[in-house]
Design a protein around this ligand. Structure first.
Ligand SMILES: [Zn+2]
Length: 274
């Protein structure tokens, strides 16, 4: 098996027993080049097996206000809405542009942005909904969104074309937002908290930096409070100037800027981010 990020060889890393009806155990493989880890078990599932597993993992909390496996879910969502609204107000994001939440689940981030901030973040989810206020598959034209955000999506993908599809939705001068866990090195530890049944892809700073460069992004900004990256294709100087000015405010969201991928989580790979 070769790495879907850098094409280097992947080697068996460890396996983990789940003993669930949908998932007995999973075998994780690690890339010798960029450290990206993928579950070969998940990657080999049929569409029906995949759907059964994801349904079992997500149906328990979607549509409610809590997730027993992620107690910070609700407050992080509010932070993300607040930070995105602020990013629109200060010009990091095009406030009146077309915004999309890709794989939005039950669409709480959109609902929060509309209710509290009066902003429209369109909803799309292949499994949760078509129709109503969800976009249909046909609405996902390449390059037609000024801002595409994915929260807790990158850890559920098994194929390179799934990553590329998300990036392709972003307009030529648009912004990609990502909330996922990124660490310096995935720990060799079947007890690692992030190895839940539905997670199958585990990124490192190096694998994210490679994706960032392969897709042609120029600068990135990280919000610690929202645990959210914004990747920019446009002029890095402009982004840096906006961030510098924004960080002089008091009692407002703060941002960390970097040319290239902002590898914020380096010191403590086991620290809980997600
Ligand atoms: Zn790799």
């Amino acid at each position: 098996m070769n790495c879907l990020i850098c094409a280097a060889a992947m080697r068996f890393f460890f396996s983990k027993t789940f003993d669930l009806p949908e998932l007995q155990s999973a075998e994780y493989w690690r890339c010798e080049g960029c450290g990206f880890v993928l579950s070969r078990t998940h990657a080999g599932m049929s569409a029906a097996e995949w759907q059964r597993l994801n349904h079992a993992a997500h149906a328990v909390y979607q549509g409610t206000d809590s997730d027993p496996g992620d107690p910070r879910w609700r407050s992080r969502l509010e932070s993300q809405a607040r930070v995105l609204a602020d990013a629109g107000a200060i010009g990091l994001l095009e406030q009146r542009g077309r915004w999309l939440d890709y794989a939005c689940g039950d669409g709480k981030l959109s609902d929060e942005l509309k209710a509290r901030h009066g902003l429209e973040l369109r909803k799309y989810d292949r499994y949760m909904g078509q129709g109503g206020d969800y976009l249909a598959d046909a609405a996902l034209e390449p390059g037609c969104f000024d801002f595409v955000v994915t929260t807790s999506v990158f850890e559920h993908l098994t194929r390179r074309d799934q990553f590329d599809f998300i990036h392709a939705l972003v307009a030529p001068q648009g912004v990609l937002g990502i909330h996922t866990l990124v660490c310096e090195a995935v720990p060799w530890d079947p007890a690692w908290f992030y190895l839940v049944p539905a997670h199958c892809a585990f990124h490192t700073n190096q694998s994210m930096a490679l994706l960032f460069a392969q897709w042609g992004y120029a600068a990135s900004v990280y919000s610690v409070e929202a645990q959210l990256w914004l990747w920019f294709k446009g002029d890095p100087d402009r982004v840096e100037a906006i961030v510098e000015q924004a960080n002089r405010r008091s009692d407002a969201p703060r941002y960390v800027f970097k040319r290239g991928f902002m590898d914020y989580w380096k010191a403590s790979p086991l620290r809980r981010q997600a």
